[in-house]
Write a protein that binds this ligand. Structure first.
Ligand code: NA7
Length: 543
């Protein structure tokens, strides 16, 4: 990996824009604003670029968007020079890609690494943000842009005794970059979400014993991950512009869309044939490229859920164990669908044991492992916490942001999570929240599609303000209410709002419940954003 050159602490303390985060969104945002001639300072808590792909270096971490659409489109040079090795690359390769981009665009010189934003206040008189960091620096900027990610604030489970445990504890999103030697060790993995599944299927191959602590089973779809050769890559590069246009207008920002046919127009045989066809693709198309009714119609949801349960049962040798690994209490696709590559097969191995912790929860760490409420103890050398994130809002609420009249974003969102298009919040002028809540980028999107679109929108908005010699912009309360109402209407028409997961904030105690991601479609969302721009930002107060 390329090492950070210097600490990127640009000259002075006063900037046109401060950007938090040096992942997919942050790197692009820095580049775009610099291109416009702005003086920009980026800040990242990591020691180098990569964002999600820097932090999530746990065993088996892998992107589950197809590589040829998980990239930047704005530069033909980048598209043509980078070579993906397979359809769904692992974390190291994805991180290398972002390092390649940072090198090509010479981005590091404007990024302060190993630095965390600890507070930001809007200064009404100056119409600027004052931003504090954990290094004791105070910066000011006209625009404060969070590209801090929607899944970047790790959720550490509340069970006590971490300090007692003599072994190693690692959260997947803070996994040691040098790795942990798991060969022959007794390993426990807590959590079976998309992350836990990747860890389990990987660690099962080397651990001496693997205990999987499962609270909620998943409907995981087998991943098909062919290697790419030069001919494949040449083909993708040749149609890059076509792909860019395509992903920008589909339901979830992929190069496929929901099926055009209705479930009800097909015979049972035709439905099954169609399901088999999209299942065989081995990608998230089985989820966001399926029948539109899967996410909205209880009956269809249950039929598809049962179809997937059958697929899972067929993979597990022990039928009793299989029943524990199939979900019953929520509908397929209403919790983020994981792709798997050997997850179910791992449970046919002698060294892997499923420990159900829904009714009998983990109570605490002991000196030697984990203890359940029943008193049962599991001796472990390493505990990997794949327990997820305070999604959508966590990165922002942990920054202690105060807007107009000192209003705290953390306090506001602890009561009700409201935003305008996930991009701005009323009462917080010149704060832009790329990947903020209530946009498709929170969950229902191939992330690179949505992040580039949002960064482009923010950049255009700033260009507009500068052109007009305006000092600030923020959505009116009415505009925000309109968006939240529309968001809720679309969300409440789906089955997703019924399921407890990070999508609805249900994984964090006390978090107000709302579907965090806009689910009206990436193409539609883009149109709404474009219309606002074309209207001269109607519904926004510009001063
Ligand atoms: P998720 O999807 O939030 O999964 C977290 C897992 O951890 C899930 O199985 C949880 O069970 C489990 N969990 C959380 N707390 C506990 C406690 N206290 N005891 C036992 N089990 C627990 O996070 P991921 O990191 O897997 O995925 C997040 C996203 O990253 C993913 O959707 C992709 O978009 C990339 P629960 O379901 O709460 O019962």
């Amino acid at each position: 990996m390329t090492q950070a050159k210097g600490n990127g602490a640009g000259a002075g303390t006063d900037f046109d824009a401060v950007v938090v985060g040096a992942g997919v969104a942050g790197l692009y945002q820095l580049h775009k604003l610099r291109e416009m001639g702005l003086k920009v300072q980026s800040i990242d808590a990591a020691s180098d670029v990569g964002g999600t792909w820097y932090w999530n270096c746990y065993p088996g971490a892998r992107v589950d968007s197809q590589s040829y659409i998980y990239q930047y489109w704005f530069s033909d040079e980048l598209v043509n020079e980078w070579n993906w090795s397979e359809r769904f690359p692992g974390q190291p390769e994805t991180e290398r890609y972002l390092n390649f981009v940072a090198d090509k665009l010479d981005l590091r010189k404007d990024i302060r690494f190993n630095t965390r934003v600890t507070g930001a206040e809007w200064d009404e008189a100056a119409a600027r943000w004052t931003i504090r960091t954990d290094k004791g620096d105070t910066l000011t900027a006209q625009f404060f842009i969070s590209c801090a990610g929607m899944l970047s604030a790790p959720k550490v489970p509340p069970f006590p005794g971490h300090e007692k445990f003599k072994g190693i504890i690692a959260h997947t999103a803070r996994y040691p970059r040098e790795g942990i030697d798991l060969k022959g060790k007794r390993v426990g993995v807590v959590g079976t979400g998309a992350t836990g599944i990747q860890v389990i299927q990987t660690v099962a191959k080397e651990a001496g014993e693997l205990k999987v602590f499962q609270r909620t089973p998943q409907y995981a779809v087998p991943m098909r991950n062919p290697k790419y050769n030069d001919a494949d890559r040449a083909q993708f590069k040749a149609k890059a512009h076509e792909l860019e246009n395509l992903v920008n207008h589909t339901f979830a920002g992929f190069d496929f869309d929901v099926l055009p046919e209705s479930w009800y127009d097909l015979t049972p045989e035709q439905r099954r044939a169609k399901l088999e066809e999209i299942w065989a693709d081995g990608s998230l198309s089985f989820w966001v490229g399926s029948f539109p009714e899967v996410l909205t119609d209880e009956k269809v949801g249950e039929e598809v859920s049962e179809w997937v349960r059958e697929k899972i049962r067929a993979r597990i040798d022990d039928p009793e164990l299989a029943e524990k690994l199939v979900p019953y209490h929520y509908s397929f696709g209403t919790y983020r669908v994981p792709l798997e590559n050997g997850f179910y097969d791992a449970f046919n191995q002698d060294n892997v044991e499923l420990v159900e912790v829904k009714e009998n929860p983990i109570e605490c760490f002991t000196e030697t492992g984990l203890k359940l409420a029943s008193g049962e103890e599991y001796e472990l050398d390493v505990v990997i916490l794949a327990t997820g994130f305070d999604a959508g809002t966590g990165a922002l609420t942990r920054m202690d942001i105060h807007g107009r009249n000192g209003v705290s974003l953390t306090e506001e969102w602890s009561k009700d999570i409201r935003s305008t298009l996930g991009l701005q919040v009323s009462g917080f002028p010149n704060l832009f929240t790329v990947a903020g809540p209530l946009a498709p980028s929170t969950a229902f999107c191939n992330m690179t599609t949505c992040l580039q679109q949002q960064v482009d929108w923010v950049t255009d908005c700033i260009a507009y303000l500068r052109d007009k010699h305006a000092k600030s912009i923020e959505p009116t309360v009415e505009k925000q209410d309109e968006w939240v109402e529309h968001h809720d209407e679309v969300a409440n028409a789906t089955l997703l709002v019924r399921t407890n997961s990070w999508y609805t904030g249900a994984n964090i105690e006390g978090k107000p419940r709302r579907l965090l991601s806009y689910i009206g479609g990436v193409g539609h969302y883009r149109q709404v954003c474009d219309d606002i721009k074309a209207s001269g930002y109607q519904g926004f107060s510009i001063a």
